[in-house]
Design a protein around this ligand. Structure first.
Ligand code: 5GP
Ligand code: MN
Length: 336
């Protein structure tokens, strides 16, 4: 275990640091990682960001993106960096199974492991934890870690601010979710003061779709959406042949589930997609409906109350059927 004083002492000397985040990083995963990266390099540390998988094109403009190592493309180099690291920061996840094959390498490394995260039920693999389930984004916690734990607000430059703004913006669904508190807005205002160009970041993330991505959205809403009014639930089911027809890339399906949730009476929305080796579910809910409970209990996953994910090795038809069979158990919560 590390206490805060010892961590501050360690960070006072040059360290060999690896920053990693969860499989298929989203805006918060990559934004918090590159925010921390752009801070740590100013202190003279030797820092590498290693992502367990590829990530969407709409994040590749982030400052420091060119330095990110994708583990599956550069396994040996990544393994050596993890083995020789003195500190490993684990951002936006709290269980080593979220980083696939990298998990065992991180576990085996002699480095101190620092978890910065806002997901429920952290597993016990870390030496230091900056964890708060009430944070709207891990990027908010990275801001708090730099500004208030390490007292280094002055190091929050334009690059740090830009990456952290992106994390907060994406994980709070553009400052809409209930955990977007006045404090979050104060942090965001400060990030803008430090150089984050808010309108430009929105444009880069949300107005950068390929034509295929928008046509895929049209297809999903016209042909793949099923509304179950008796459960205030909407489901979008995307099959393998559609993935091929629309040349779907990583990130292209992100956000589609929110259209199903935006129907007025809908309290639970599911996006169920047939990937190469498994079926992936993305659940979103309104109010106090626990989407993460369904993912955890039935689909080997987890997440937050209003945004959760999971997967299954069953066929897509079986997964859809299983999902529908679960709904009666939650009827009271869904129709209230
Ligand atoms: P998404 O639906 O965008 O893939 O994920 C929504 C939320 O659920 C994110 O916070 C993500 O970290 C979490 N999540 C997605 N898939 C999984 C999973 O397989 N396991 C766990 N524990 N969390 C997941
Ligand atoms: Mn997050």
């Amino acid at each position: 275990m590390l206490d805060t004083g010892s961590l501050i002492d360690l960070l006072g000397q040059p360290q060999k640091i690896v920053i990693t985040t969860h499989h298929k990083p989203d805006g918060d995963a990559l934004g918090s990682s590159l925010g921390l990266y752009n801070y740590l390099i100013q202190l003279g540390h030797h820092v590498h960001v290693i992502s367990p998988s590829d990530y969407p094109d709409f994040l590749t403009w982030l400052p420091g993106n060119e330095e990110v190592i994708v583990f599956t493309d550069r396994r040996e180099e990544s393994a050596s960096l993890i083995e020789n690291a003195t500190l490993i920061f684990c951002l936006d996840f709290n269980s080593l199974d979220r980083i696939n094959d990298m998990g065992e390498l991180v576990r085996a490394s002699g480095a101190y492991k620092i978890m910065i995260d806002h997901h429920l039920d952290p597993a016990d693999f870390d030496d230091y934890r900056h964890w708060n389930i009430n944070a709207c984004a891990t990027a908010q916690l990275v801001y708090d870690f730099i500004a208030n734990v390490l007292n280094h607000k002055d190091y929050i430059n334009k690059d740090v601010a830009t990456a952290l703004y992106t994390g907060i913006m994406t994980d709070s669904a553009s400052f809409r979710l209930p955990n977007t508190t006045a404090d979050v807005h104060r942090v965001v205002a400060e990030l803008i003061d430090k150089g984050a160009v808010n309108w430009r970041i929105h444009e880069l993330v949300y107005n950068s779709a390929s034509e295929n991505r928008i046509r895929l959205l049209g297809h999903c809403l016209t042909n793949c959406l099923e509304v179950l009014p008796e459960f205030n639930t909407a489901i979008i089911v995307l099959k393998k042949q559609d993935i091929a027809a629309y040349d779907v890339h990583t990130g292209d399906t992100e956000g589609i589930v929110n259209y199903a949730l935006s129907i007025t009476s809908i309290r639970l929305a599911a996006f169920i997609v047939e990937r190469d080796d498994q079926v992936k579910l993305s659940l979103r809910s309104k109010g106090d409906f626990p989407a993460n409970e369904i993912c955890k209990l039935y689909f080997n996953g987890g997440g937050h109350r209003n945004a959760a994910g999971g997967q299954s090795t069953d066929t897509i038809a079986q997964v859809v059927e299983q999902f529908k069979l679960i709904l009666p158990k939650y009827k009271k919560l869904l129709i209230q």
